[in-house]
Design a protein around this ligand. Sequence first.
Ligand code: HEM
Length: 258
Amino acid sequence: MSPLASLFRSSIGRKFLMAITGVILVGFALGHLVGNLQIFQHPDKINGYAQFLHQTGGLIWAVRIVLLASVVIHVWAATVLTLENRRARGGSYGAGKHWIKASLASRYIRWTGYVVLAFIVYHLLHFTLGVTDPSDFKANHAYVMHDDYAVAGFPVVAAGTEVDNVYLMVYRGFEHAGVSIFYIIAVGLLSFHMLHGIDSLFQTIGWRSTTWATCLRKIVAIVCILYFLGNLAIPGAILTGALKAHPAAQVHVTAAAK
Ligand code: HEM
């Protein structure tokens, strides 16, 4: 059997696949949050950033394909491993306290996983495809860049370029209490999912019992809490009115009405 095939066919291989795809997805989630936090700056920032990502063409599609494949493999491996565990537990007799602990933890991560999956589908329909956006915001609202948007000092989107008004799309989206509350609950569950997932990852690579793993897990817990707070800040600030829509974003909302 080739090494790749054995990754998919053996139980330990599937655990590694879960771990690798989990790391890819966590990396994306953290990077995405850093990008999204630009909403607290001038609209040029998040709008220029979104335009830059769309301009990368082939690269953005490569990233999308890797992300999609990671989600599919992650969910597939999780399902197969859960079924295997269930069968194994059915066979084992009188495992006692350990059995109950493992079963609770795995049930927990599975349900948070389902909600996160549903959230991602909704989120893509909302912001990427604009399907669940009643105002068809993305298609109708343009934004003209005030300044150049630069990456590592290199201007990548020039001042005067007409781009999607991602700033106002996000702002308008989160003005709806139902939308914001769903996002907050979903990112809360995602943060829990990441916390438990990373714990299992340490188990997979055999670090769970070492002393420094305890310290590492505390760091992971802090990162997950910060991740949640960062994600909470965006809908939270918009919904409570703590973040007022920047006037520069409002000026250019009516491209479709011109
Ligand atoms: C407050 C939280 C969030 C905000 C404000 C936000 C915002 C956005 C926006 C504006 C887009 C569309 C970008 C564009 O097409 O121009 C987007 C795409 C996306 N978001 Fe989020 N997002 C949030 C949380 C999340 C979370 C928690 C996840 C999942 C881990 C996620 C996963 C994605 C994915 C997979 C895409 C598609 C990227 C692509 O087009 O290739 N987002 N997000």
